[in-house]
Design a protein around this ligand. Sequence first.
Ligand code: SF4
Ligand code: SF4
Length: 481
Amino acid sequence: MSHIPLAPHGKSPRKVIPIAPVPAAGSLYEAQVKIQARSMRGVFANWRWALVWATQLFFYVIPWLQWNGRQMLLFDLEQRRFYLFELLLFPQDFIYLTALLIIAALSLFLFTAVAGRLWCGFACPQTVYTEIFMWIEHRVEGDRSARLRLDASPWSKEKLRKKFLKQLLWLAVALWTGFTFVGYFVPIRTLAVEVMALQGGWQIFWVLFYGFATYGNAGFLREQICKYMCPYARFQSAMFDQDTLIVTYDAVRGEMRGPRTKAVDAKVQGLGDCIDCTLCVQVCPVGIDIREGLQYECIGCGLCVDACNSVMDKMQYPRGLIRYTTPNALAQRWSLRQVLRRVARPRVLLYSAALLALTGAMVSSLVLRTPLKVDVIRDRSVLARLVEGGQIENVYRLQIANATETPQRYRLVASGLEGLHVASDTEVDVAAAESRWVVVRLRVPAGVVAAVGSHPVGLEISATGDTAVQLREKTTFLMPR
Ligand code: SF4
Ligand code: SF4
């Protein structure tokens, strides 16, 4: 597996843009300097905002939507019921969650192999909430230079007002986010009433917990989460190869970098296309200089591409000095068509095939799934006994879960031994979305089964109103000596 070497940040022999002070000799920790990123417009910035809108509309609106008279999407942990549109899942359906996690992991591998850290740059909650918090900061405190001036200025009424307003808005967004998040696990309308009435201690605790986590992560920790806490940044290079699309600086075209005037031909001065304006560094939300090569801090947001393209436009140079391309394409000066041709390579095809197979299997399993769950447990206290008329009786405990949202009556039929029948109630009522334990007694007439020991038998459970809903559970019937 080929890896792309990550450039050691800050070790370029060229001029280094000061981002953070050099740590004192002997210190194991780098002093942290707040990154005041400049806001940027452009193709990638627009995509980032489109993703912010799409993910947040989904996140904030979905828990309020109703389906069949209940919340459309609800992971009701207290009742152990999971409602997904028409589906009602029980903890026994845990396999679907496992499949979903594997699909998510495979998707991440696939997208990363093709197009680098797309997830990090555009859809990760850390990125999305940081973007929202930075937007609030921008609206309240002004653009980058205004914020830098404000931070450097002594405390005044105006500074206090701006800082207070910003924190207030951050807190409001954070608490609303915490409330919405908890609303996926507790019915959100009930939660709203409880929170307003200051009831439901645990619910309020979790709202505050997730609210403050959002506040801290998006307001203060920001890129620190990506740099030091997120494991994904650390193993991403194992998923990259020389044909992975990444945000790259074209050093062949850009160097020798340096300022110039339009009056003087840069080529004559031996200058490349990079005018060393540092705009690409100023817009970077993680505060790195992409001209030093691929660094693990880079989340692939593409803002430096937008920034540099705007500079190239002003200079009337071709766009793409910083661009989204592959290391192979950069080294061999490939066209876009050549780059796209390398997308369908073995590892991408392998990930795609596995993803398609697993997604197909999960969807068909969900579609064909019987809305009924049954568990049979032998009653250990009564293995087998002789009852009236010389019949042999075995006792079982049956858990029947009705995975529909209407009450159901289920019929029980035993099979597998001559004369085997259900001696207890043959019909069981189970309320909507409920599970119920029932005791089931199976009997065989005297003298029909001669062989002692364990005999495999079956128990068919079917819904009386819908014969398509039926299951057969295997168990054993013991004949005593
Ligand atoms: S924005 Fe472009 S021109 Fe300006 S420093 Fe960055 S790479 Fe060079
Ligand atoms: S280097 Fe460019 S793509 Fe990477 S995080 Fe910074 S702005 Fe985003």
